[in-house]
Every structure is written in structure tokens, then in C-alpha cells.
Design a protein around this ligand. Sequence first.
Ligand code: SF4
Ligand code: SF4
Ligand code: SF4
Ligand code: ZN
Length: 489
Amino acid sequence: MVREVDETKYISIQENDLDQKILEEDLFYNITKSICPKCKKTIDAQILVRKNKVLMRKRCSQHGWSESLISSDFEYYRAIERFNKPGIKKLEYQTEVKEGCPADCGICPEHKQHTCLALIEITNRCNMACPICFANAGGKEGVDLPIDVIEGMIDNLTSSESNQVEIVQISGGEPSIHPNLLKIITKCKERGIKTVMLNTNGRKFASDLAFAHAVKNAGLNAVYLQFDGFEKNTYDKLRGNPNLLEEKLHAIENLSLTGIAITLIMTVVKGINDHEIGEILRFVHESKGIMGVSFQPLFAEGRLDLKYDPLDHLTTIDIIKLIEEQTGFYTKEDFFSIPCPEPHCSACSFSYIDPDTKEFTTIRRLIEVEDYLDYFTNSTLPTNAEQVIKDALEELFSMATTPGSINLVEGYCAACGIDLNIGSIQESLQKYVEHLKMVMIKPFMSSYDLDIKRLMKCCIHQVLPDGKIMPFCAYNTIYRDQYDLKDFL
Ligand code: SF4
Ligand code: SF4
Ligand code: SF4
Ligand SMILES: [Zn+2]
């Protein structure tokens, strides 16, 4: 594994006189827990404001001080803390509370949110070997998990959520190359999972239309398709192959023919493809089969054959500002945190270009979303009509929302106060499914910026072959190295 992190920027900062002066000017904002990026020991972490940027500063008794950027804009960081609703407890726990978070993962009874979205990694094999891969997949050593182990994972998940799982993402490695994929999808549907998604690089879908039809017939609802931009340099640096665009476009074409809903996943890296964000959004709005896009700033876990500076990387607000600058039609105000996880875990917008008038709008421009999702200042009980809107907004602004579904359009209409019982409206809803896009920013954490406050309310959970279920960020930062899929063959 190559790991190129510029450690001079964040280790042993106390030894540097200039940085001491900066420290004196820091505003101490908060304290949380994190881990040492070297030995992963749980340690205290200060949240500091330095020149309007928010930093995490922490010290390991063995490895010294480290600092990382967690938001480029303090005002934004503070403002979104209002969007934080009470969690729902899980019905079953897989571990006990013994040593405290994050040593007790999981899910332990102290966890504050149930599973909105579950990830099941069925293989660590891959038909690519990208320079960046948090799953560190694609090596010669990879294995596919056996079908009985995977079925056990699905059963464990569904029983822990009283058989009401909203979304499962089948992941890897590259899950499309698992020989039992169709059976796995069928099993998920048999267990009543509403939306079954596949996280894929798209390679198999590009070359095999029959395969796309087969997974659709097995019950697959949607894919998360790796799509980092349009330029050769982007694919060269991030995926190790400059000529991937055509393949990605073929995958989109084939998936669109089957009706599987597509969400593009763009890993955004400062100085490499962050100038392509606007182009991707224009592409999403022009494409019928693409229902949304998720921008994921690079986080430093797994294989990282790229220079990464913990003090100079993209944060959520950077992406929002780039969207505003590069599109000219979105604004910062169009984005909200999803309130089911901790508010710093996401930003989201629902947007729409009217097929007839070509007018662009977002849900924020139609309704005062914060009047309903600000859980700190709204203490009065809502009226019945307000409750309907609040419920609809909570369903929309959830990690369990799937782009490209009729439910999404219904939720959008309900939130905007449109009466769905009028016959003509029901008939025309389907027409709007392809025009309503979900734009998400997902800032996953690495061991440099891991905040246990966020971890404890995580609703994106990794289901593991030994029966445990844990936050995706806990798995990637702390636990992944402890699992070898070969032990489950
Ligand atoms: S992250 Fe959640 S499940 Fe894991 S130890 Fe903390 S509270 Fe428990
Ligand atoms: S990032 Fe995805 S496509 Fe690339 S090696 Fe990892 S699993 Fe494979
Ligand atoms: S996976 Fe990470 S970023 Fe996402 S909700 Fe969980 S803790 Fe937050
Ligand atoms: Zn350490």
C-alpha cells in the first residue's frame, strides 16, 4: 500500500515556533474524541477555529500532535448544527457497552441511530486497481464471500431492523464480478429490503447489456456508479487509466435501457478534478437515466497513491461553493444537512428543471425547509398541516432516500403542499421522476479527522461477516484492517 501523506504539515506542530503564535490566536470551540492517525488509540480532540477555518487538534502520547482541517468555513460549520433530529434506537444490538466508543462497535446499545442505509461488501476482488481505494481492493489476494455467509449477513441486518430495511448497498471490491450476485439480490428482495443498490465501477455494465437486464430482473433497483469527471487526467490520476470515459458512458447507456436508477459517485480531489463539478451537474440534469449525484471528497483511508494534506483538502462547504461557482444556477442556500445522522455528515439538495418551461428550481426555493428541520429553535408543536410537511421533508432529507423513485416525487410534492389525491396529479407524477435530481455531498471521515460525536449517530452501517454491524467510518478508520475475508471462506 502506498500512502503519501504530508506528515510534516501535521505531526509535531508544537516544535514549530511560528505555529505556536498561530495557536495563541485560535478560538477554542469544542472538545470531542478521535483517534491517533498512526496507532489508532482513542484520544481527546480539540475543535479550534483558526482564521475562520475549523480544525481538529489532538495529541497521542506516543506519536505527538496532529491537526486536520474539518471545515473551511466556521459560519457554515456552526449554522448547520441546528439540523439534528433525535435518533431511533435499533431493536437488537450485536455488542455490549464495555470500554466505550469506538471500542465497542457494534452496534452497541449506546449508538444513537438505527441503520438508514446498510453496506454489505461481498468481495474484495476487483476488475480495476485504482490508485485510491478505501477498500484496498483489486489485489491478487482477493476473495468472494460465500453465499451462505452473505445470506447470514442479510438475515442479521434485517432482524436487527425488525425486517424493515430501507436500503442495502451491495458493495466490494467490485460486486458485479461476484458469481452469486443474482442470488444475493434475490435474497435481499425476499427479506423485504425496499431498495437494493449496487456500488459499481460500471465496467461489467458497459460491456454486457444482458447482465444489466439480469440484475434488474433479479430485483436490483439502483446503482451507485463511479464517475469522477470527463477528463483523461482525472481518470489517469484517480483510476490509473486515462481512457475510462467511454466505458462509463456505455455503462450509463446500458443501465438506462434497463430502467435501473443511476446515481453518479464522484470522488473529488483538490487540484485534480474539482473543476469538473459543474460539468457533472449539467450532465446529470440533461440525462434521463441519472437520478442524482453524490460528491465525495477524498478521505485518506485504504490505498492512497496520491499526495494528501490533512490541512488542505476539500470539505463540504468547499464543494458547495464550487457547485455555486461552476454552475451559476445552484446557490449555497440550496443545500441542507440531512438530520438523521450528525449534521456534519452530509449536505443535500433536491432540484428540478421543468421539462416544459426549462425553469430550474430547488426544494429550498419552494419551501422554508429550515422552518421544519431546525430542531434546536423550533420548540412549538406543529399544526396538523405543518406536521404533514415536516414528515414529508424528514422522509426526503434522509439517508434512506433513493434518487429516481416515485416516492421521491410524492415526497417533494407533499413537502410543497401539493394535494396528491387529485387524479390528474397522480397521473403526471411519473413524468417528473426523471427530472427531479438529488444532489448529495458525503464527507466521509478518515483517521485524521474522525469525530466520535459524528460516529455515534451514524446511520450508514457496514454489515460484517462475523455478525457485527458498525458505522461505515468506524469500519474504514479503525476496524477494516482487523478483517480478512479469507477467514470467512
Ligand atoms: S460508534 Fe456506535 S456502535 Fe460503535 S462503539 Fe460508538 S456508539 Fe457503539
Ligand atoms: S475504488 Fe472501486 S473500482 Fe477502484 S479498485 Fe477499489 S473497488 Fe475497484
Ligand atoms: S458513514 Fe461517516 S460520514 Fe456517513 S453518516 Fe456515518 S459517520 Fe457520518
Ligand atoms: Zn499514536
